[in-house]
Write a protein that binds this ligand. Sequence first.
Ligand code: RET
Length: 277
Amino acid sequence: MLETPAAETPGVVLSSGPQADLFSQIAGNPSLSASLWLNIALAGLSILLFIYMGRNVDDPRAQLIFVATMMVPLVSISSYTGLVSGLTVSMISVPYPGGGSEEVLIMWGRYLTWTLSTPMILLALGLLAGSNLTKIFTAVVTDIGMCITGLAAAMTTSSVLLRWFWYVISCAFFAVVLYILLVEWPADAEMAGTDEIFSTLKLLTVTLWLGYPIFWALGSEGLALLTTTQTSWAYSILDIGAKYFFAYLLLRWVTDHEGVIGDLASGSLGSATPADD
Ligand code: RET
């Protein structure tokens, strides 16, 4: 077993190897580390706060919104633990549009865990809007498509063209999600009587979610106009708004208006449209 610099850190016992090297590289960059640890701390606090806020929620639909929303910080704490430990990051030779390529630290774990967290956000929003199963399913599967093809974009090293082709496919999936968020669900929420809170959360979600593809394009995965540390901070700050702040606003409203949620078509995630319409 070889000694590595990180092995001298108290409480950290490591073997050598690529994962230990990546761990040391992240631990040795205080700003990059802070962008990750800040989210671990906020996710932990959010989990405790949301458990406390949900202690008296009885309505099954309101409980489902709580479970889906609680999953967001739970997935996040796992995601960021994967990143700081070096488990879900890799050094990848990224080809750039101007020609040439560079070895960059890619945090591919982010795209993987978005596949689990973003559908939860959409499920919670769809339930809040009183939407039907078809629209919720469409939003969730296209969102998963967006995250997986985003992962493919980040991991493709063979061709710069194909890398950006994946990016375009991911954006096409994203366009479907945006359509549902901006057109379908606002109409449903109006019928369900949840339009006020829905429009606040929609604005927050659409604005922040648009930041992700923009920073992907500007960051080390895309055009490399930003460094890895700057890109990581951009995603971490977007995450704080899109996850913890979003979840707090939603859950606070749900606890205050449990009756409204309970009155929505109950049971089978039915449509907000009355059955005899
Ligand atoms: C990528 C790159 C490819 C094109 C597009 C993207 C969109 C990502 C989005 C991520 C949202 C993440 C959230 C996480 C919270 O847990 C994959 C960056 C369109 C919209 C909200």
